[in-house]
Design a protein around this ligand. Structure first.
Ligand code: UDP
Length: 456
């Protein structure tokens, strides 16, 4: 793996200033926040991570950082990611006092030397806390710029009566249909609009915005975003995971048998299948996926996360009878893998993904072409960009059906279209990796961010 720090250089800054980071408690948000912590630690800052008890990261994996846990007050029925908007709403209320107390104690220590607070952008309440302590707050967004730009515009789209026709193209984004906007299933849609409005207001009051993306990949989106938030300095310094092969921030244990199994396969022959930490499928959809994999006759490594199937508590109980016998050693199933290692493995030739932003970036950075099966939130926008703009993936547009799945897998893994996608993926990877080298955009942007924080 290429490690950008070789060229970015580790620079020590005298009298280490401390950064206080506060990730949102989901896998796709915790990992990039801890990766950012590693990047900034290498630039000479000390790091304190404040985190909720819900989905708490494992401090022993990050011995260089100080971890402070705060009570999140979640009742048993609230501590679930089934309704992310409801959960974000309640967390933004419950965490105010515990977060304030925690920060007050930290700042009371004369040696704390805090330079700034860096919170996930969705923790909107932290701006007024930062203001009350007179410390600057920067925000981190862990999705693509495009999808977040569309998300912050949802209240405007709604006001212009525009969200009702699902098949209509989105104004200013002719490739996207209204149904592909970053929406969430939630029991109270008003919570979503309130949350977005609060987030937008507090971005405007923040001291800066850090993105896990490449300027080159999202230049147009970034230009539009800057127009909407002209007074907020932007720092696109992705892809975070490429700076170090740092310790894992996985909330689930990673099964190393993925790698030993891949070691036995030929180059670029295996389809890696994973739908991230939150997506769910019905039992029928799960069976279609399983049959599609078998019928494709291609080798596969499949992450079946516990509770991937809606309403099921067990693991592989819903696989068709005799499934593993039919697969006949051609497939391997694990509960959770070391995805970055898997995507960098010589045997992996394709990635069937839900297009969470981390997964999308991890795939792009290894030059692995994708089959896109987005489920909700920003995933639909990411998938559209992967298939129609960057042209490094196939989009499974219709119902989840075994015949279509089998065709798409064969097209990607052994078809001529797959070969073209693989070539374009490699070109994109090469272009973006240049950005992580000294003097190019992501790397020089880290230098700019470091100087900026020290100037606050
Ligand atoms: N991941 C992993 N092992 C797995 C599946 C996923 O380590 O078996 C990691 C993956 O590398 C990525 C994160 O989980 O960093 C998922 O984030 P993403 O934004 O792709 O999706 P989300 O889980 O937020 O839907």
């Amino acid at each position: 793996m290429e490690i950008a720090t070789e060229t970015c250089g580790v620079q020590q800054i005298k009298g280490r200033r401390r950064l206080v980071l506060f990730p949102l408690p989901y896998q796709g948000h915790i990992s990039p926040m801890l990766q950012l912590a590693n990047i900034l630690y290498s630039k000479g800052f000390s790091v304190t991570i404040i985190h909720t008890r819900f989905n708490s990261p494992n401090p022993s994996s990050h011995p260089d950082f100080t971890f402070l846990s705060i009570p999140d007050g979640l009742l048993e029925h609230q501590a679930s990611t089934k309704d992310i908007i409801a959960l974000n709403t309640v967390l933004n209320v419950n965490c105010v006092e515990p977060f304030k107390d925690c920060l007050a104690k930290l700042l009371a220590d004369e040696d704390s030397n805090v330079a700034c607070l860096i919170t996930d952008v969705m923790w909107h309440f932290t701006q007024s806390v930062a203001d009350s302590f007179e410390i600057p707050r920067l925000v981190l967004r862990t999705t693509s710029v495009w999808s977040f730009h569309l998300m912050v515009n949802l209240p405007l789209f709604r006001a212009s009566g525009y969200l009702s026709i699902q098949e209509e193209p989105v104004q200013g984004h002719p490739l996207l249909k209204v149904e592909e906007l970053p929406m969430f299933k939630t029991h109270n849609l008003e919570d979503l609009y309130r949350l977005v409005s609060s987030v937008v207001k507090e971005i405007k009051a923040s001291a800066g915005f850090i993105w896990n993306t490449f300027e080159e990949l999202e230049h147009e989106a970034m230009t539009k975003f800057v127009q909407d938030f002209p007074n907020v300095p932007m720092f696109p310094i992705g892809s975070f995971h490429k700076y170090f092969s740092a310790s894992s921030s996985s909330l689930i244990e990673q099964d190393q048998s993925s790698i030993t199994w891949l070691n036995t396969r030929s180059p670029k022959s295996v389809l890696y299948v994973s739908f991230g930490s939150l997506a769910e499928f019905s039992e029928t959809e799960f069976l279609e996926i399983a049959w599609g994999l078998v019928n494709s006759m291609q080798p596969f490594l499949w992450v079946v996360r516990p509770r991937l199937i809606r309403g099921c508590s067990e693991w592989l109980e819903d696989l068709p009878n005799g499934f593993m016998a039919m697969v006949n050693g051609r497939g391997h199933i694990v509960k959770w893998a070391h995805q970055q290692e898997v995507l960098a493995h010589f045997a992996v030739g394709g990635f069937w993904t839900h297009n969470g932003w981390n997964s999308t970036l991890e795939s792009i950075c290894e030059g692995v072409p994708m089959i896109c099966l987005p489920r909700f939130a920003d995933q639909m926008v990411n998938a559209r960009y992967v298939s129609d703009i960057w042209r490094v993936g196939l989009h499974l547009e219709n119902k989840i059906e075994r015949g279509e799945i089998g065709n798409a897998i064969r097209k990607l893994m052994v078809g001529s279209e797959g070969e073209e996608l693989r070539q374009r993926s490699n070109e994109l990877k090469e272009n973006l990796n240049t950005s992580l080298r000294h003097g190019d955009s992501s790397c020089s942007c880290v230098e700019r961010l470091t100087s900026y924080i020290l100037s606050l």
